[in-house]
Design a protein around this ligand. Structure first.
Ligand code: SF4
Length: 253
């Protein structure tokens, strides 16, 4: 039996050699990451936690005020500073922090406007899963939120990433299929689509992606292929190699 998550499946599909180096041999390649590159993921994390806070309170029949929600975002995103500090400081050297802060305020406002009157019923919140999907493979992951809204089950994924991240072959795609399978396993409720709610560029855009039987069957075939794989040959594909964290290790090979 093996255990897999979305990143591992994505890596295997992209390059089997990369998959083996990272996830079986556990070779860690250190890359210098500057603070600027970390901002989008820190921003996404702060927005997600703000939204989870809203739903956590909603589960307890408490609809927080917009002001509370904005304060929560401020605390998560800016730590000791306030939005006012950042926005009023036009000369801040951290232009990106300024940019994300104004974007975040807009996202929180848009989220609140759409959801505060009808948050829906929270079915799952921050739910880790470890679920067998074939006789040889367990999938691991986390469902942020699952809702029953107006009789429709929704698995919203709040993200700063665009739609392309969720197209087939990318990590986002495997995550949403895994989440849908795990949701069905945990609740025994059917789910047909996952809603990608992207706040890229400060907007609030929802795209529903259908998770049909074919996608589930293909995913199960891939995980079985990983289980059975004996030869992990490098792919040497331009797209993969130029972004690969194992390039140094691999070229030595
Ligand atoms: S550099 Fe290219 S061939 Fe080598 S592990 Fe990475 S993706 Fe695979």
């Amino acid at each position: 039996m093996i255990q897999l998550n979305a990143e591992q499946i994505r890596d295997f599909r992209g390059c089997r050699y990369l998959y083996k180096a990272k996830h079986i041999d556990k070779i860690v390649q250190k890359h210098y990451v500057n603070e600027r590159d970390l901002l989008p993921s820190q921003f996404e994390d702060a927005i997600k936690k703000t939204i989870k806070y809203f739903y956590f309170e909603a589960m307890n029949k408490n609809i927080v005020s917009y002001k509370d929600l904005q304060k929560k975002f401020e605390r998560l995103w800016l730590k000791e500073k306030t939005v006012k500090d950042i926005i009023s400081d036009e000369n801040t050297p951290q232009k990106n922090v300024h940019h994300f802060t104004t974007e975040g305020i807009k996202v929180v406002y848009d989220f609140y406007k759409v959801n505060h009157k009808n948050p829906g019923e929270v079915l799952l919140l921050s739910e880790d899963y470890s679920v067998p999907i074939t006789k040889n493979v367990i999938i691991n992951g986390n469902i942020d939120i699952a809702l029953n809204k107006n009789g429709k089950i929704i698995l919203p994924i709040y993200t700063t990433k665009g739609k392309a991240y969720f197209s087939e072959g990318n990590e986002g795609y495997y995550k949403i299929v895994l989440d849908a399978i795990a949701f069905k396993y945990k609740t025994d409720l059917d789910i047909n689509n996952v809603s990608i709610i992207s706040f890229k560029g400060g907007g609030y855009k929802q795209d529903d992606i259908v998770i049909d039987k074919l996608k589930v069957r293909q995913l199960k075939e891939v995980v079985e292929e990983i289980y059975e794989c004996k030869r992990f040959l490098p792919n040497h594909d331009y797209y993969w190699c130029k972004n690969c964290s194992m390039d140094k290790y691999c070229s030595t090979w």
